[in-house]
Design a protein around this ligand. Structure first.
Ligand code: PLZ
Length: 421
């Protein structure tokens, strides 16, 4: 097999520099808890391809469903000649998402595309222009979703001008907002919205129930319900971006469930497809059906191979009770990191979406240097970890939900050793 070093040389001459990679190794195969690179080195997977392979890589049911579908047909375009699996995936989205009201769903290819479509639907249904997003938010890299995303480097730098009518409100970030309660933080955000945007101009309030790229920020209890209630009272569509949190990642089908939220619309992607690209928007039928026929779509949205994979992934989550698995993984990680070092301000998250935030000891000043050093030490010892956060000072753990206990514990041993470096 060609070595990683050789492949890297070829890559430098062929792949645009703007596309980065976390590790310098090239993958040969991957399973439920580990990746093996072309040099035969094994990596414990605490990344899941950024919260995608919740059911593991090459999950048996997904492989079988994809193989069977590819043999039948690979693409007709649902807008041209429809097929059953698209309808079934929409039915599953309707069943699995919170909200007892009548729902409809539509399928797309990527998270960013789902977010763009949710905004299109909200604007169309309300006839209003403004979209409210939050500090530290991440919603994608397309033009509209760059505008919705908070962080300049690397996502937005010199890529403007951005789409208009996007307004940013302060987030509830318990470690960094002086300990505001959820309702207090919501009041602060609502003040900004009312004074700077005006309730009657707001088409949608868009928020990640637990922020992903922004630093695994878990808002204080009561924040999300208060923001959702404000949206409802003001005729704005409340959209939960569950692209990273969804599909059993946080120990529930959707993180919104933890605070009893019933978002008007939910965006999904990542874990939904068991590794194949598929995304969805699901929510209130009156909003979804407000759009004229032909107003939503795309060549590949809900591609039959991706739909087959999604149905197999959902079946796997049900059969293996991956919600319970996510909660167990979270408990194990939190227990392993309980005796904190003074440079770790917080271990937070829910289910198998856990992170630690590094600060200069005795302060809450972000320590991105130490975060990068610990992450690098993990990589050198064969543990694949990711960083995140507005300040680059958060190390996050997103293992596949099927990770064998032994791999999880080996990974945590590596992490604990890396913390000593
Ligand atoms: N919304 C909440 O987490 C994708 C981005 C990685 P796409 N997060 C990983 C990167 O650096 O590009 C994400 C997300 C939330 C939307 C998205 C966008 O999903 O499938 O990457 O378009």
């Amino acid at each position: 097999m060609t070595s990683s070093e050789e492949l890297h040389k070829r890559r430098l001459a062929a792949v645009a520099k703007g596309v980065g990679s976390v590790i310098p190794s090239y993958v040969a195969s991957a399973g439920g808890g580990t990746l093996t690179d072309v040099d035969g080195r094994e990596w414990i997977d605490f990344a899941s391809g950024i919260a995608v392979t919740n059911v593991g890589n090459a999950a048996p049911r997904v492989v079988e469903a994809v193989r069977a579908q590819v043999e039948r047909f690979t693409h007709t375009c649902f807008m041209v000649a429809p097929y059953e699996s698209y309808v079934t995936v929409c039915e599953q989205l309707i069943d699995l998402t919170p909200g007892s009201f009548e729902k409809r769903a539509a399928l797309f290819n990527s998270g960013a595309e789902a977010v763009e479509n949710a905004v299109k639907i909200a604007r169309h249904a309300t006839g209003r222009p403004a979209v409210v997003v939050f500090d530290h938010a991440y919603h994608g890299r397309t033009n509209l979703t760059m505008a919705l995303t908070a962080k300049n480097m690397p996502y937005k730098h010199r890529f403007g001008p951005f789409a208009p009518e996007v307004y940013r409100a302060p987030m509830s970030y318990p470690l960094r907002d002086g300990g505001l309660t959820g309702p207090e933080a919501a009041r602060r955000a609502i003040d900004v919205i009312e004074k700077q945007v005006g309730g009657s101009n707001v088409a949608a309030v868009l928020i990640e129930p637990i922020q992903g790229e922004g630093g695994f920020v878990v808002p204080a209890p009561g924040f999300l319900p208060a923001v959702a209630a404000w949206a409802k009272a003001n005729g704005a569509v409340f959209i939960a971006d569950e692209i990273q949190t969804g599909f059993a990642r946080t120990g529930q089908w959707f993180a919104s469930e933890d605070e009893g939220l019933e978002p008007d619309l939910i965006t999904t992607a990542k874990g939904m497809g068991g590794g194949l690209p598929i995304a969805g928007v699901v929510g209130r039928a009156d909003l979804m059906d407000a759009v004229h026929a032909g107003g939503l779509g795309g060549t590949y949205g809900g591609n039959p191979v991706a739909c087959a994979a999604a149905l197999a992934a959902i079946e796997t989550m049900r059969e293996l009770d991956l919600n319970a698995a996510a909660r167990r993984i979270g408990d194990t990680i939190k227990a392993a990191l309980a005796d904190l070092d003074p440079g770790v301000a917080e271990v937070r998250g829910r289910g198998a979406m856990i992170a630690m935030e590094f600060v200069i000891p005795g302060t809450i000043e972000p320590d991105a240097t130490r975060t990068a050093a610990v992450s690098k030490a993990c990589h050198e010892a064969g543990l694949l970890t990711l960083t995140c956060g507005t300040y680059g000072n958060v190390l996050r753990f997103l293992p596949p939900l099927v990770i064998p206990d032994e791999d999880l514990r080996r990974g945590l041993d590596i992490l604990r050793a890396a913390l000593l470096t």
